[in-house]
Ligand binder design. Structure first.
Ligand SMILES: Cc1ncc(COP(=O)(O)O)c(C=O)c1O
Length: 427
């Protein structure tokens, strides 16, 4: 067997890796290299990346400016792992986040470094809200995705994820999200909170994604977000915004809630916050809520210094390259394409999104077609994903740094793919 073919062999995974693996089933090759918005498998086949590792590669794979900062740090024998001890890398990260992102927006937050996954930071956020309010209940929304550990999973709504728990997922009331067909979300929320016969105890927190990503690219309106903020203020409820997937510039602003002009009490960030795809998660806390005692939410890997270095470089990159405005400009390319090129393919298709996260909804044709598109798109050289009810929404989520040319090339592949899939299913 030639060396290249041995590398392409998937037997080791299929025989030895747990069957819980999932993305590899949609993109069944062995990947090797990645640059910007292009991935290459071991046989040098090229794939355009419309997934961005689920939103953790917002600045593109191996972004040269961020990589340089990481390599410089690494080549100099600087400290790599340090629990939550004071280090130069962490000081630089905190200072960069504060001076380039928080202060210009008038945001005054304490920064808490969590264990390195989004779900760990969600656990920290809900624990902190409960500790502050001395209440147990949390309100989350239908379509929410907040992670896989038990506290976060209790907030997450999709059936398959919840069935993995095998213990009761409790102390959460789910309320319809903005735009839920036939239901007035704010009216419902007010009823839950204000009717003394609603049967729901007053919650510690309301947690939400301003754009539900895994839930099917459901974009909350600015008015809805402001109304939730108002309700939290009226009732002394902690407002938590999970910006793990749609923060870090994905919406066209650094924080996804900026378009509503609101300030959450706690903001959760992970995925692209490390700039370079390394594990990292933090929560931003209004100073008066910052009441965990030392070590009350501990974790060995809260001090990944390469993540701090990449994170600081990523924030500098975001500001210096005016990524927010670039996203807004390129978002129009996507939106125009979806309206002018995709909708005409079938009158039952709809689309929605904002910034650099969009979804094409197949539910009115047949939800399974969305997954068929993922497989066909992969055969056509593009990586994309499904989301939402029945996995019926084809999700488009490129790196924010994608060039216009590769973006358009990828959109053409989406068009070709959907045409093929619809044609195959109407024979
Ligand atoms: C909005 C949101 N919250 C939480 C999580 C969980 O993050 P992690 O997978 O790093 O635990 C995700 C992951 O996709 C997410 O999209």
């Amino acid at each position: 067997m030639k060396e290249e073919n041995k590398m392409a062999d998937k037997t080791v995974f299929e025989q030895k890796e747990s069957q819980v693996r999932s993305y590899c089933r949609k993109y069944p090759v062995v990947f090797d290299k990645a640059l910007g918005s292009e991935l290459y498998d071991v046989d040098s086949n090229r794939y355009i990346d419309f997934l961005a590792v689920a939103g953790s590669m917002n600045y593109g794979h191996n972004n040269p400016e961020i990589k340089k900062a990481v390599l410089d740090y690494l080549s100099d024998d600087r400290i790599i792992n340090a629990l939550d001890m004071y280090t130069c890398a962490k000081a630089e990260f905190i200072d960069t986040l504060d001076s380039l992102i928080l202060a210009p927006r008038g945001l005054d937050y304490k920064i808490m470094c969590c264990g390195p996954t989004g779900t760990n930071a969600i656990e920290a956020a809900i624990k902190l809200a409960r500790k502050n309010t001395k209440r147990t209940e949390i309100i989350a929304f239908g379509g929410a995705f907040h992670g896989m550990t038990l506290g976060a999973l209790s907030l997450t709504t999709d059936k398959v994820s919840r069935e993995g728990a095998n213990v009761p997922l409790t102390n959460v009331t789910h309320v319809p999200f903005d735009g839920t067909e036939g239901l007035d979300s704010i009216k419902y929320l007010r009823w839950v909170l204000e009717d003394d016969h609603s049967g729901t105890d007053k919650p510690a927190a309301i947690i939400l994604e301003t754009i539900q990503a895994e839930g099917g690219i459901n974009v909350a309106s600015a008015e809805w977000l402001r109304e939730v903020r108002k309700i939290c203020d009226e009732q002394g409820i902690v407002m938590i915004v999970d910006d793990i997937q749609v923060g870090n510039g994905r919406s066209g602003d650094f924080f996804s809630f900026e378009r509503a002009g609101i300030v959450p009490d706690i903001v959760v960030l992970s995925k692209s916050i490390s700039g370079f795809g390394m594990p990292m998660a933090i929560i931003l806390i209004k100073p008066e809520l910052d009441i965990f005692r030392p070590a009350e939410h501990n974790g060995t890997f809260r001090g990944n210094q390469l993540s701090f270095v990449g994170g600081a470089a990523g924030i500098r990159y975001f500001v210096q390259h005016d990524i927010g405005n670039e996203v807004k400009r390129k978002a129009r390319i996507i939106e125009d394409f979806l309206r002018n090129e995709i909708l005409p393919l079938d009158s039952r298709l709809t689309f929605r999104g904002i910034g650099f996260i969009w979804g094409i909804d197949f539910n009115k044709i047949a939800p399974a077609l969305a997954m068929e598109c993922v497989h066909t798109a992969f055969d056509n050289g593009l990586i994309c994903e499904v989301a939402g009810r029945n996995d019926g929404v084809l999700k488009i989520m490129p790196a924010l740094t994608i060039s216009d040319d590769i973006l358009k090339e990828g959109l053409e592949i989406i068009k070709e793919t959907i045409s093929q899939v619809i044609k195959n299913n109407t024979k």
